[in-house]
Design a protein around this ligand. Structure first.
Ligand SMILES: NC(=O)c1ccc[n+]([C@@H]2O[C@H](COP(=O)([O-])OP(=O)(O)OC[C@H]3O[C@@H](n4cnc5c(N)ncnc54)[C@H](OP(=O)(O)O)[C@@H]3O)[C@@H](O)[C@H]2O)c1
Length: 298
């Protein structure tokens, strides 16, 4: 049994955000990191068992079913991990008085807005992944647990599978990349998301508990996927990055045309603001990938 006063249970600890969280949170408590092998979030009994065994002060849920297109045909799996599991985690957090930190997505919106979405904007997901994440948010809110749900978007880093990694690989292989230019959002570096989470934890449990609720956690600025790809490739002549439309690149899951999140609430309540996404991208590509702290992952 780990000391309940300062222990931080991190789920999905081998994901791109999870591994950064494990590193960033280490300075703030005794991190117990569990990957899918140690805790399958589709197993509600397993969640109960692990939370009761660890008895953490904080639960940081970085685990999620993130295969947006595959979710269209794996609805039950997506909902088990993204909707039911957060509800079980929240129920257990409430039972032991832990604070739950959970992540959600701009894909809860339909993208018809043209100004940044506040936390109070009406969600209307276009795809199964977004619907499952929205149900997770609602399960947490309904539980009565003291929880912070942090919505973010377009997550990238040097590790894992994400747009930055894909574009860098394709840029080395091809002379020409065709990238969607009619979807607008905000790229977010895993390290900045993890450090912001650590800053929330550093505020202490009492402070966070009083300010439980939904927050947008996102960088400044906005981009289309094409602009993001151009920034990744840089000014080198090869490859050419060609803007295309969503209609030119059909996918199983529909995606919102606009997903910029307004970040005023997080700044006002926690004093937190993430840097501009271009600055984050620059820092990311000039940084070393955070090594996986394997000894701390169960
Ligand atoms: N990626 C994005 O662009 C994006 C955008 C907005 C919001 N978010 C949210 O940000 C959070 C972190 O996402 P991420 O980008 O770090 O995703 P990720 O790299 O796909 O990591 C998710 C982790 O969850 C694990 N997982 C999946 N199913 C599981 C299960 N049944 N039991 C236990 N673990 C399971 C995955 O393990 P495996 O590797 O074994 O599958 C993976 O390690 C999620 O809540 C996500 O919805 C992400």
């Amino acid at each position: 049994m780990t000391d309940a006063r300062n222990s931080i249970l991190v789920t999905g600890a081998r994901g791109q955000l999870g591994r950064e969280l494990v590193a960033a949170l280490a300075a703030h408590g005794d991190v117990v990191a569990v990957d899918r092998a140690a805790l399958d979030l589709a197993d509600a009994d397993g969640i109960v068992r692990v939370v009761r065994d660890v008895a953490p002060a904080w639960i940081v849920n970085a685990g999620a079913y993130t295969a947006v297109d595959r979710a269209e045909t794996e609805r039950d799996r997506a909902f088990a991990v993204n909707a039911q599991a957060p509800g079980v985690l929240a129920g257990e957090a409430k039972r032991i008085g832990a604070i739950l930190i959970h992540y959600s997505t701009d894909y809860v919106f339909d993208g018809t807005a043209r100004v940044p979405y506040t936390e109070d904007a009406h969600p209307n997901p276009l795809n199964v992944y977004g619907a499952s994440k929205l149900e997770g948010e609602r399960a947490i809110a309904a539980s009565g647990a003291r929880a912070l749900t942090l919505r973010t978007s377009w997550v990238f880093g040097l590790a894992g599978s994400n747009f930055l990694v894909t574009i860098r690989r394709l840029a080395a292989e091809r002379d020409e990349l065709r990238v969607v230019a009619d979807q607008t959002g905000v790229p977010n570096w895993t390290r900045n998301l993890a450090r912001a989470t650590a800053a929330v934890v550093a505020c202490g449990r009492a402070y966070a508990a009083e300010r439980a609720g939904l927050y947008n956690l996102s960088a400044q600025g906005q981009a289309t996927w094409w602009e993001f790809a151009c920034a990744i490739v840089g000014d080198v002549p090869r490859p050419r990055v060609i803007p295309i439309t969503t209609a030119d690149y059909p996918t199983p899951a529909r995606r919102p045309a606009y997903g910029v999140l307004a970040t005023d609430r997080l700044r006002e309540v926690f004093g937190l603001a993430l840097p501009e996404w271009r600055d984050a991208l620059h820092r990311c590509v000039t940084s070393a990938a955070e090594p996986m702290p394997a000894d701390r992952v169960g």
